[in-house]
Write a new protein. Structure first.
Length: 331
């Protein structure tokens, strides 16, 4: 049998579109130009270099809009462009305005006050392509930072704890150099992600998530996009911090530097839009081509039982009964 030698290098086949996908990064901002430059620089530093970035100015005041235009011009990279909107439409419509201007098969939304670690695009993309299961969304863990530097990592400590080895009353902390990749089925309720900047979506799913009407809130992009994408096909969570999330007075969901585990720890007084966002995105999915789509809304956690409702067990129960009987016999 004749052996045919095939020289891949000279075949003329363009493999880049398979092995080096284009990632679109959308940065929306409304009067946040003070943070914008460093956010864009963190994109320029990425180890995955096949990306495009569009900054969407969401109806900022004139000074911030002009500053944003100057920042993009000063960076002087053809991969970075800017689009200005005439009014403040909100983070979700602004994101989809950026989606319309980009072409990558994978799409990220970076908040202007957050920063990517150098390998974020590379590792989130690797999770999408190598997990053995196709999901609409990948989320990574985050570092929490302040003006003084990194405070810590592991915003989703509850997810880490679930897989820790138990030693009596203690749990062994996983080696962060060996991050786990978790698959969460679409039917699993709850919050399975960190925040907006740590998410990478497949473009194919976004056409179903585009709002079909004006939304009553201007933030909550993560609650809207993540819940919608997850409902359509589940999620992947990479247990590795690849985004630097900045803590400041304007955060809606973190109000303390002593913070561990729960992303739904809401700042006191902040408006809770996530439940409404879930209903809105399911409505959008049905409007955008899947009219029969059904998914039960996330269940509210059961209220903790009152002290009097907690059943007594074992010796404590018998002692309580004995004490009650003694009190009855005392004249």
């Amino acid at each position: 049998m004749q052996v045919i030698e095939f020289d891949e290098a000279s075949s003329g086949l363009d493999r880049a579109k398979w092995e080096n996908p284009l990632v679109s990064v959308i940065v929306t901002h409304h009067n946040y130009s003070d943070h914008l430059r460093d956010a864009i620089l963190s994109i320029l530093d990425q180890t995955h270099e096949n990306w495009e970035c569009v900054v969407v100015d969401d109806g900022s005041d004139a000074a911030h809009r002009v500053a944003a235009i100057k920042i993009v011009a000063g960076i002087n990279d053809s991969r970075v462009t800017i689009r200005t909107l005439g009014e403040n439409v909100g983070q979700i419509p602004a994101f989809f305005a950026g989606v319309e201007q980009t072409t990558g098969d994978f799409v990220c939304l970076l908040d202007p006050d957050d920063r990517y670690a150098e390998a974020f695009l590379e590792e989130a993309l690797a999770a999408h392509l190598g997990a053995g299961v196709m999901c609409p969304i990948v989320s990574t863990d985050q570092y929490l930072t302040s003006e003084r530097g990194i405070i810590g990592m592991g915003v989703r400590g509850d997810i880490y704890a679930a897989g820790m080895q138990r030693y009596g009353n203690y749990l062994e902390v996983r080696d962060p150099e060996e991050p786990g990749l978790l698959y969460i089925k679409a039917t699993t309720p709850g919050w399975h992600w960190t925040s907006t900047s740590s998410m990478m979506f497949r473009r194919a799913v976004l056409k179903y998530l585009k709002p079909n009407r004006r939304l009553a809130y201007k933030d909550c992009a993560d609650g809207y996009l993540a819940q919608g994408a997850h409902a359509l096909g589940g999620s992947l969570f990479l247990q590795k911090a690849l985004v630097y999330r900045t803590l400041h007075d304007a955060n809606a969901w973190i109000d303390t530097e002593i913070y561990s585990s729960f992303q739904d720890k809401q700042r006191k007084g902040a408006k809770q839009s996530s439940p409404q966002a879930y209903h809105d995105v399911i409505e959008a999915i049905r409007h955008n081509g899947l009219p029969d789509f059904r998914r039960d809304p996330p269940k509210e956690p059961a209220p903790a039982p009152k002290k009097s409702e907690v059943p007594q067990r074992g010796m404590r129960r018998h002692l309580d009964r004995w004490h009650r009987s003694i009190r009855k016999r005392v004249p």
